[in-house]
Design a protein around this ligand. Sequence first.
Ligand code: PHE
Length: 472
Amino acid sequence: MASQREQFGSRIGFILATAGSAVGIGNLVGFPVNATKNGGGAFLLLYAVFVLFICLPVMMAELAAGRHTQKNPLTTYDVISSNSKRWHIAGWLSVITPFMIAVFYSVITLWILGYLSAIVTGNLNLLGSPEYFSTFINSKSVFSYLIGVSLFVGGVLFFGVKDGIERGAKIMMPMLFIMLIGLVIFVLTRENAMAGVKYFLIPDLSKIDAKVINSAMAQAFFSLSLGMGILITYGSYMKRTTSIAYSAKMVALADTGIAFTAGLLVLPAIFSFNPDTNPAELSDSSIALIFTFLPKIFIAMQASIGYFGASAIAAVFFLLVLVAALTSLISIIEVPVCAVIDNKNVSRPKALICVGMAIILVAIFCTISFGMSEFFTNLLSYGGADKSFFDLVIDIFYDTILPLNGLAICALVIFRWKKSGLNTELECGDDNFKGSLTERYLNFSLTTFIPLILLFVFINTALNKFWGISLI
Ligand code: PHE
């Protein structure tokens, strides 16, 4: 007899683990700066609309599909499509995508760990020099941080869904929340902090154009961990007595709430400690912001709170980002691990070792693509720029494939599972779902405009990234 599938122990455990997946580097730095540069409150509103009307339905569809099949994303596509070859490709994409995102995300996570250890060993002042980042990422020490991150994530996943992922989230998510609130209180009580709050919140409608709309949509989609197979996998660990609609709404609320709160931390910190900042000149890249811009802000804090105080604040901030990155990494590595356990009938530790080794190997290729290896550094040239292996992975899997995977899940619902299959699953554990506004909205949106929007975002991004053509 097949052994019983692992399950989350409680609804709150599921919500915390899924929120842990959703809250990541994107929420803490990317979102606040993106919002500030692109219309402040107007961007926030746009983002909230996308979360509510486009991302939530896709989220519920992914969770329902996983819970229906009780399997990983690859098998989920097979089961719902009755083993169609074409759908099998979509299934593969939703396992390869998380694998490759795990690769580049581990690289960023190990850098965060490296910065955190530099700060706690008293070297905050070094982080401000312009060459520090490139010297650090090309130093041999990155490999030891890679081992550190791998051992931690592997250690949590080893204990499985309830005793590993869920227990980890129950400890790390409250920690994250407390650190975030503590930092917000510290920053908001500084001089000039309100200038940052104003930039973040005051709406500027003139900034909203087609590009900003596209980027708000992409940010919301990524932030909720959609199209990565994570929600299908976590859905397969959900009890049939838990309401999917309620849980999904709570996860979206937590994710958006934390992104919003991070804005009350990052922007006021920038304007309080570097009042001459021109928001338009802030970088679009979360990587540049975390590793080259924000260290300067922490160093500037010395003048008012001393070197030790500034180091303590910087350490808490990097620990906050590290915790957020680790909980996301745990969720994304679980996807291929779960696929191997289901399909190869092996134990969790064996699957973990196979998947872990493969991710570490490809992550090493990424790690050495910043100069250590000429081959991986100057791998290709497209879209008018030279690209490293790291750039290639981000362009393909983070930027381009996610909306395609979202489109695939909508298409699966429309053509194979049908609305009735989706509704039946969503009604399980939710007495109020049948006939509700949420049900009617989901049925309408998932079969009409959501797939069209995702198709457009996919085509536009692919043309833009690889051929330098922009439709909007
Ligand atoms: N929501 C995450 C973030 O904002 C996205 C993510 C999830 C990335 C899982 C990697 C793994 O960073």
